[in-house]
Design a protein. Structure first.
Length: 580
């Protein structure tokens, strides 16, 4: 199945939801002119479709392999990554002083969407690198930035994030990896790193000239828990004074995880310091590593939400193509008893329209959040607060949508979706990880109802829901959903216990995300109507938006009872009885 970039939808989302025209009015993003934006969106779409999409299937069937510490990818991956670097796609949003183009994060999100829809497993490589760039921009020393960022920005080197350990899981504070200061010798002032990390995405490979691992570890005497964690740069190859890669550091991949999906992404078990000679350098100050890592994780969480969007888009395209081609049974109630393409049957249409509405809604939410991030980068504190509020919604709801749409894609295929030959199953298998990594969706919901809801005593969320209710106009169910979300938030802020909040956090998070997505879809429709648009988009958008508002929004309103049900029922059974 080929991939066709959804260029018109992406340009609309950039214009209406991200507000990229307004961003271009700032000095920082002045280069993001309409012509340049259109050229980038069309260019990355063509690149993704021609260079990365053809590798998606072989990446799934052959996957990454590990032998004697060396990870090998199927034929074509090295050439495709080289083409990506040479075209400058990795540098889009990075600062110009380090070789980037200084363009908005919103536009970089479009690059990620296209590359991920073409090949989700492959796209994880640059996604992690971009996160490393962000962490070093915010927390690295000037010397570290000069030494590492130019090659990370170009994509010549790649980056990783090393948090998880076998015994720690999501409890990062339980990690045991150590960092011992080096007092003298050629590495004086640096640290010896020792420990094991698991689930390290693209932790070892041969596609880039060096891999810059960002590793969380504990220094001697550090406080227990998350307060005692520090962040270290641990490169695969030591970096020489001229900035080029030198001798191999004492680290290696000792295993590859055998996964449900994203098989072309080498998810590594990494061992640091087997010979007590793994050298790392501190980023920022000791015991402040988690704060630095969260800089990387917030961008990573938005990009994981993007994965939900792009896997949904790929599954939608394949389901539409199959439904138009597969002929089976006569149309119910038709005088003509000849079989028709299954797209003519009501339930198949229901599934396809639902897939489209969810995908477009998730995209609208994603680009709206990215636009707030860009405004935050320009110094708009209100926009930054809203971006912070939206991050858990984007990560969680968009990834839930990715799985639902991929599952519906299998259903449209029927039995042909359950066998591997069609490729529909790959989208479902690939999508499932996005609900888990970078903080499970339950962790995102907990973040929403504790830290994010606590901003300004609930004021950040109240303002968002008031704005939606005020703009809903002729969409009364959307206005009602916004008021429901505000009411639940008020209860959580003022009366609910912590168990009550956490017990209702996931349905509440879904309600909020659907509300924002519906609002942003409505803005798209109004923008098209306002400029008298014609063509396919003008025809499909009103129907898609109406489906979302009339069918998906009421479903979200139905979650109110679950969101406010409290935590007591969850503990009616003892732990022993619950798992008996």
């Amino acid at each position: 199945m080929t991939f066709t970039p959804p260029t018109a939808e992406q340009l609309l989302a950039l214009e209406v939801n991200a507000g990229i025209g307004e961003l271009a009015e700032s000095e920082r993003f002045a280069a993001a002119t309409p012509d340049l934006v259109a050229a980038i969106v069309e260019g990355i779409g063509n690149f993704a479709a021609s260079e990365w999409a053809p590798l998606n299937r072989i990446g799934d069937t052959e996957g990454a392999t590990l032998e004697d510490g060396v990870v090998t990818l199927p034929d074509g991956f090295a050439e495709a990554y080289r083409a990506y670097v040479e075209a400058g796609w990795n540098a889009l949003a990075a600062p110009e002083e380090f070789g980037g183009q200084g363009l908005p994060f919103s536009l970089a999100a479009c690059v990620t969407e296209n590359l991920g829809a073409a090949n989700m497993a492959f796209d994880l490589l640059p996604v992690l690198t971009v996160g490393s760039i962000e962490a070093l921009l915010k927390h690295g020393s000037e010397e570290q930035q000069q030494r590492y960022l130019p090659r990370l920005v170009s994509g010549e080197w790649s980056g990783t994030m090393n948090l998880t350990e076998p015994q720690a899981g999501s409890d990062v504070g339980a990690l045991r990896t150590t960092a011992t200061p080096i007092e003298d010798g050629p590495h004086a002032g640096k640290y010896r790193i020792a420990g094991t990390k698991i689930y390290i995405t693209w932790g070892e490979h041969e596609l880039s000239g060096n891999i810059v691992h960002l590793v969380l570890a504990r220094t001697p005497g550090a406080p227990s828990g998350s307060r005692g964690i520090s962040l270290f740069i641990v490169p695969k190859f030591h970096v020489k004074p001229d900035g080029t890669a030198g001798e191999r550091n004492d680290l290696r991949a000792v295993g590859l995880e055998h996964k449900l999906g994203i098989n072309a992404s080498p998810t590594c078990v990494m061992s640091y310091g087997d010979n007590d000679e793994c050298i790392g350098e501190l980023v920022g100050r000791e015991n402040e590593g988690l704060r630095a890592m969260f800089t990387m994780m917030n961008h990573a969480r938005i990009n994981v939400g993007n994965q939900g969007v792009h896997i949904a888009e790929r599954a939608l395209q394949q389901a539409c193509a199959y439904a138009a081609d597969r002929v089976q049974s006569a149309r119910a109630g038709s005088a003509d008893k000849d079989p028709v393409a299954i797209v003519e049957h009501p339930d198949v249409r229901r599934m396809l329209l639902r897939m489209r509405a969810l995908t477009e809604g998730a995209r609208a939410l994603l680009y709206y959040a990215c636009g707030r991030v860009d405004r935050g980068a320009l110094g708009d504190e209100t926009a930054q607060a809203r971006a912070d509020l939206l991050v858990p919604m984007v990560k969680s709801w968009c990834t839930e949508i990715g799985s639902e749409v991929a599952s519906l894609g299998i259903q449209v295929h029927g039995g042909m979706g359950f066998v591997e030959e069609t490729g529909a199953a790959q989208h479902y298998r690939d999508a499932r990880i996005a609900q888990i990594y970078e903080g499970t969706n339950g962790i995102q919901a907990a973040d929403l109802v504790t830290r994010k809801l606590g901003m300004e005593g609930g004021g950040v969320l109240f303002a968002l829901m008031d704005e939606i209710a005020g703009e809903a106009g002729d969409a009364p169910m959307l206005a009602d959903l916004a008021r429901d979300c505000r009411q639940i938030a008020e209860w959580m802020v003022s009366d609910a216990s912590l168990d009550d909040k956490l017990g209702g956090s996931v349905p509440f998070q879904t309600m909020c995300a659907v509300c924002v997505a519906g609002w942003q879809l409505l803005r798209q429709q109004r923008a098209l109507e306002g400029r008298g648009a014609s063509g396919t988009l003008a025809t499909t958008k009103p129907v898609v938006v109406r489906f979302f508002l009339d069918r998906i929004v009421p479903e979200a309103r139905g979650l109110k009872a679950a969101a406010t049900g409290g935590g007591a029922l969850l503990y009616e059974l003892s732990s022993e009885d619950l798992v008996a």
